[in-house]
Design a protein around this ligand. Structure first.
Ligand code: NDP
Ligand code: ZN
Length: 352
């Protein structure tokens, strides 16, 4: 089978591989619709998780089951499924401790396009199929559902990590597709003032649609000053980080946060040695300004619950999709869009 792969740091291309084998608990899936992620960009062009050779990329997919293992109970060939980016080993101790995304070691629940071939292939393998796939509801558009694999659960996890409460003032730093889902999630969790930081007009427009009360352009001035001015010097209760960098963004978040506030980071810090925290604004270590960061939770239940939000109309992911391609041959073009981030891009989907 063919797949679009990371050949080495900074290099991608098409490769031929054997079709994966299906274990007794597993499934083999043919993708129906896939999307490249900014994480693929960090992995390939920043070498953020180290070198990888001939590893098929991609971890966002909706697909059709083509093979199931003998012990799989709830899925059969021909079923249309949503596959989360994170597919944990559910029996691992880390999973029993509540951190399935770290099953088998830190970040090891993230298998596709990390240390296992991903979904940009004619076929891909899903471990523990009953626990790691969800049926695609008949009334949910598969293209909209691709956003459930990673963008929605990651953006929403930022909201969970920041622990947004009714009436909180919230700032979401970064409004690419992940941050936009943090905006939507914070609005669903009852944010009051909801600041959204970004510069692409297409993202700003989507952020307003998802519930942002104010757009702050980081290219047009210090975002801390902008937040302080708009909150009469009080700052915000919660900050969700879905963009920016290790050097400046955490400092800005700490500065704009009230004592007792929480920062939820879902940004994948692809470069830089240290995360810089400003000592004085962190209350000299005593400010009760909590910084939490996490990989999205995966698994079937999460996918089913998020799909229910699409079914009930509480969430619409289609505004995220600015570019649609038809056919495998467009995989590279779609990935390069995520790398180059043209001004009119939020997220591309490749329909197969
Ligand atoms: P995008 O690149 O599309 O969006 C990044 C956003 O950050 C844009 O709005 C951008 O603004 C903004 N930004 C860039 N620099 C700054 C800055 N200095 N200060 C403030 N804002 C800034 O990324 P995605 O939404 O696709 O992904 C966001 C992050 O989430 C990535 O790092 C990705 O790898 C990560 N991720 C993490 C996962 C997890 O489980 N934790 C899973 C999936 C993704 P502009 O409008 O100018 O472009
Ligand atoms: Zn991703």
């Amino acid at each position: 089978m063919k797949g679009y792969a990371m050949l080495g740091i900074g290099k991608t291309g098409w490769i031929e591989k054997e079709r994966p084998l299906c274990g007794p608990l597993d499934a083999i899936v043919r993708p129906i619709a896939v999307s490249p992620c900014t994480s693929d960009v960090h992995t390939v062009w920043e070498g953020a998780i180290g070198d990888r050779h001939n590893m098929i990329l991609g971890h966002e997919a909706v697909g059709e089951v083509v093979e199931v293992g003998a012990l799989v109970r709830d899925f059969k060939c021909g079923d249309r499924v949503i596959i989360p980016a994170i597919t944990p080993d559910w029996g691992a101790l880390e999973s029993q401790a509540g951190y399935s995304m770290h099953s088998g070691g830190m970040l090891a629940g993230w298998k596709f396009s990390n240390f296992k071939d991903g979904v940009f292939a004619e076929f891909f393998h899903v471990n523990e199929a009953d626990a790691n796939m969800a049926h695609l509801p008949a009334d949910v558009d598969p293209v909209a559902a691709v956003m459930l694999a990673d963008m929605v659960p990651t953006g929403f996890h930022g909201v969970e990590l920041a622990d947004v409460q009714f009436g909180d003032d919230v700032c979401v730093v970064g409004i690419g597709p992940v941050g936009l889902m943090s905006v939507a999630g914070a609005a669903l969790h009852g944010a009051a003032q909801l600041f959204a930081v970004g510069s692409r007009p297409v993202c700003a427009e989507a952020a307003r649609r998802y519930g942002a009360t104010e757009i702050l352009n980081y290219r047009e001035g210090d975002i801390v000053a902008q937040v302080m001015e708009k909150t009469n010097g009080r700052g915000v209760d919660r900050v969700i980080i879905a963009g920016g960098d290790a050097e400046c963004t955490f400092g800005e978040a700490v500065k704009m946060l009230k004592p007792g506030g929480r920062i939820g980071n879902v940004n994948y810090l692809g470069s830089g040695e240290n995360v810089l925290i400003p000592r004085a604004e962190w209350g000299c270590g005593m400010g009760h300004k909590t910084i939490a960061g996490g990989l999205m939770p995966g698994g079937r239940l999460r996918m089913e619950k998020l799909a229910a939000l699409l079914q009930t109309g509480r969430l619409d992911t289609l505004p995220l999709i600015t570019h649609r391609f038809h056919g495998f041959e467009h995989m590279e073009e779609a990935l390069l869009l995520m790398k180059n981030k043209p001004r009119d891009l939020i997220k591309p989907v490749v329909i197969l």
